[in-house]
Design a protein around this ligand. Structure first.
Ligand SMILES: NC(=O)c1ccc[n+]([C@@H]2O[C@H](COP(=O)([O-])OP(=O)(O)OC[C@H]3O[C@@H](n4cnc5c(N)ncnc54)[C@H](O)[C@@H]3O)[C@@H](O)[C@H]2O)c1
Ligand SMILES: O=C(O)C(=O)C[C@@H](O)[C@H](O)[C@H](O)COP(=O)(O)O
Ligand SMILES: [Zn+2]
Length: 378
């Protein structure tokens, strides 16, 4: 196929994140790894490309990307990090940046994030910092990365004080979501990514949530429903990011489930005990239960949300998380480090129902503490 035919392939979905001169496309479909070279060369002909990936993804998908880049006249080099959330740390950030410097990735070159959200956040932050900023391309390989982390430009690493506390807003110049690579993703990881898919329904799209309740098995099985779920998710995120790139307003809605979820994730030591998407599932169920307890939302909606997340195999309660967690004071300390906190006041994303989320500022910490005490006992 010629480069022009590749760029116009009709069996792909193309969405745009509208950010003026920094607008970029999200391309969704099968076979995109093999076309990554042609698609990137169309934007940055002749560039050196510093690929950042993890060992799991490298084993399965790196050769195809390297081959495609070379065939398109691009010069790839690769930094491979250890898989998992623990790689979002200072030491691995140094490994990635130094690896890119050693590979002579210059200002007109590119960083390419090939992997899940961990690689995307880490490589994106490295691209933001390297020589004070080089362009980067997201090639997301997990469901979570295809529906959420590859879009929107939030990049960063964790601190021992909490989740994503060091980072930068740095938008990619292109997102290539190859749906075929999800065939090698472990089921537990697919499920974790599904929590962020369900999130878009819960935020402001009740019909999408109802569609997921009917079609989730097909989404898990693959095929047209899976691609539709990815495209719907990306379209939701692209619209919010275009309205509020730096989260001064309603981009915060994308944080539904994350205030509780990030505290639990940090409390579990950013370990395999609790994946990010699993933490978000528990956090969303909690945001609905807390909203119901406060009289904001019908208890039946909270039950419906928990029932769906449970049906797909996601955790919804603290008791579903294996191992020890910090006590309530410890969780409150982690919540106090949330980036939505302003002058010490807590902000949560709460709900009036499914698809009716809102930003609740100055939430009473005593009410959250009492809620968490009850949740720990439940
Ligand atoms: N920047 C954002 O807007 C944003 C949004 C949501 C989540 N995140 C971040 O994303 C991270 C979670 O991302 P994740 O769930 O993708 O985790 P991940 O990057 O750890 O990937 C999950 C696991 O699947 C493996 N994997 C990935 N693709 C694979 C494939 N195609 N085949 C086989 N194995 C594959 C990885 O090696 C890893 O072991 C968290 O750090 C979270 O904070 C960021
Ligand atoms: O893109 C956003 O904005 C989100 O909030 C998406 C979240 O799913 C994601 O986990 C994000 O990294 C959380 O942002 P943070 O600012 O709370 O670290
Ligand atoms: Zn998230």
């Amino acid at each position: 196929m010629t480069a022009a035919a590749i760029l116009d392939r009709p069996d792909t979905t193309r969405l745009t994140v509208g950010l003026g001169a920094r607008s970029y496309d999200i391309v969704i479909g099968g076979g995109l790894l093999a076309e990554s070279g042609a698609r990137i060369a169309a934007l940055r002909p002749g560039a050196r490309v510093g690929i950042v990936t993890d060992a799991n993804v490298a084993e399965r998908h790196l050769p195809e990307v390297e081959q495609s880049l070379k065939a398109a006249g691009l010069s790839p080099s690769t930094v491979v990090v250890a898989p998992g959330e623990k790689s979002k740390n200072y030491a691995t950030f140094e490994q990635v940046v130094d690896g890119l410097i050693a590979a002579r990735i210059e200002r007109r070159d590119l960083v390419l994030a090939l992997g899940g959200g961990v690689v995307g956040d880490l490589a994106g932050f490295a691209a933001a910092a390297l020589r004070r900023g080089v362009d980067f391309v997201q090639v997301p390989t997990s469901l979570l990365a295809q529906v959420d982390s590859s879009v929107g430009g939030k990049t960063g690493i964790n601190s021992r004080h909490g989740k994503n506390l060091v980072g930068a807003f740095h938008q990619p110049i292109l997102v290539l979501a190859d749906t075929g690579v999800l065939n090698t993703l472990p089921l537990r990881e697919f499920r974790a990514g599904y929590a962020e898919v369900a999130k878009y329904g819960l935020i402001d799209n009740a019909p999408f949530f109802a569609w997921l309740e009917r079609k989730w098995q097909q989404v898990f099985a693959g095929g047209a429903e899976r691609t539709e779920a990815i495209a719907t998710s990306c379209a939701s995120k692209a619209a919010v990011v275009a309205r509020d790139e730096f989260e001064t307003g309603d981009r915060a809605l994308l944080n539904l489930g994350h205030t509780f979820g990030h505290a639990l994730e940090a409390g579990a030591g950013f370990s395999q005990r609790l994946l990010h998407g699993e933490a978000v599932a528990v956090g969303m169920a909690q945001a609905f239960r807390f909203s119901a307890q406060q009289g904001l939302c019908a208890p039946a909606d909270a039950e419906r949300v928990a029932a769906h997340l449970h049906a797909v195999g996601l955790p919804t309660r603290i008791r579903d998380i294996p191992g020890e967690l910090p006590d309530t004071d410890g969780l409150m300390n982690l919540i106090a480090q949330d980036k939505k906190v302003s002058r010490g006041a807590l902000t949560f994303i709460l709900v009036r129902g499914i698809g009716q989320s809102f930003i609740a500022r100055d939430v009473d910490p005593a009410a959250i503490r009492a809620f968490l005490e009850a949740e720990r006992a439940a």
